[in-house]
Design a protein around this ligand. Structure first.
Ligand SMILES: [Fe+2]
Ligand SMILES: [Fe+2]
Length: 303
């Protein structure tokens, strides 16, 4: 754009300000025609967003050279901006693809585990959903919640190595069988550990720590309090609540209310009190979720 300073209605500075206030025109070069005695006016024009000046009286060749150069510069600028935007789009697509593949791999792995134990599929989906609700209530950001939700699906993956006779035993377990069952925590850690993927690393951390207890009486390492990773403390609450509210070969399902009381009573003993508080703060959603769960299998909200 080429503008004069003195014009009817709007002067040149006002015109530049008006043009620059339109986002689409922010990078359009504006040349102002001024005479040599208008130095202070030039400063004002620069502040308003002028790109360059042309002296009065206008010289045809100078105008042509100046405009050609400015247009070339502006085009190069636009091309660079488009290239950056294109690269950003390509990166976003690649990241989405990697996340999609990761979900696929995780669900394949989980399918393998589910074939061993028919209850597992529903249990995984519910624990994952409770985990996400608690993480949200604790103030974790959306990305962390999604990661936690996906990682939680793998908390019991170590059970793959538990013999059927123990895994499917209807009655209570003998001490040696119980020890074998408890090994699933460390086995899960070994299966998932060693990966560079953030979701696998988190899943390994959860597998290793979801049976630790706040008071230090859990397994496998008898960790206490905040020495237990937050992810493990969250999944502990989700996991136990689900175990209580569903039927197991050795027990009836507890009512949600009874299970809720148990969780509250064990805050500070089995569970991190802050995590229980977060869990209870989402009680309406959890109850609604349990209602839906009776009719259909709840699926963690995949993005
Ligand atoms: Fe477990
Ligand atoms: Fe579990």
């Amino acid at each position: 754009m080429i503008t004069d300073y003195e014009m009817p209605d709007m002067n040149g500075i006002e015109f530049i300000c008006a043009v620059r206030s339109i986002p689409e025109l922010l990078n359009v070069p504006i040349v102002m025609v001024t005479s040599h005695d208008q130095r202070s006016l030039r400063r004002e024009a620069l502040e308003a967003g002028a790109t360059d000046f042309l002296p009065k009286p206008i010289d045809r060749d100078e105008v042509r050279a100046r405009v050609t150069n400015l247009l070339a510069l502006s085009q190069a600028h636009r091309a660079l901006r488009d290239q950056v935007a294109q690269l950003a789009r390509e990166v976003a697509t690649a990241v989405a693809l990697v996340e999609e593949r990761e979900r696929e791999i995780v669900s394949t792995l989980m399918c393998a585990a589910e074939n061993r134990d028919e209850d597992t599929g529903d249990h995984i989906a519910r624990v994952s959903a409770y985990t996400s609700l608690i993480a949200e209530a604790l103030g974790l950001d959306t990305a962390e919640c999604r990661l936690m939700e996906l990682a939680a699906t793998m908390h019991d993956v170590g059970k793959i190595a538990v013999p059927d006779a123990i895994l499917r035993k209807p009655g209570p377990l003998a001490p040696e069988e119980r020890r074998e069952m408890e090994r699933h925590a460390e086995r899960g850690y070994r299966i998932l550990g060693g990966s560079a993927s953030p979701v696998m690393r988190l899943a390994a951390e959860i597998a290793a720590s979801h049976h630790e207890r706040w008071d230090g009486t859990g397994y496998p390492h008898r960790l206490r309090g905040e020495a237990i990773p937050l992810s493990g403390r969250i999944v502990a609450v989700a996991d136990v609540f689900d175990a209580l509210t569903t039927e197991r070969p050795y027990k009836q399902a507890w009512s949600p209310k009874r299970a809720r009381t148990h969780m509250a009573e064990n805050a500070g003993a089995h569970f991190d009190p802050r995590v229980v508080e977060a869990f209870l703060s989402r009680w309406d959603q959890i109850e609604a979720f349990l209602e839906v769960g009776r009719q259909q299998l709840p699926v963690p909200h995949a993005a």
